[in-house]
Write a new protein. Sequence first.
Length: 133
Amino acid sequence: MNKVEHIGIAVNSVKLAGNIYEKLLNTPVYKTEIIDSEGVLTAFLQTGPNKIELLQALNEDSPIAKFIAQKGEGIHHIAFEVDDIVAEMQRLKSEGFILLNDEPKRGADNKLVCFVHPKSANGVLIELCQSIS
């Protein structure tokens, strides 16, 4: 794994949270995107090499809606950049980690993604991200 790619934060409203984080980080939201497969609206902010992804549920079946219903708004996941997501998925499986998907899928910000179950990562949802060329 190369670096922390971003920190994902579950929010009730990307617009309201975006305004808060724009002021906090002194930088604008540079991208919003709907990810239909996850039922979320995302917004990204970047300060230096660090990125924050705000995640708003678009329907009650969204993993973000379920997360907020159980835990409230807050940090949802930590994403790590990888060079070869398939190889990293195989490595993690061989180490005994539980992956939430068998194949990488298209995620936000032009990435292939895979999630590692929090039960196998000390209670933290981990996202693997590989840039799509």
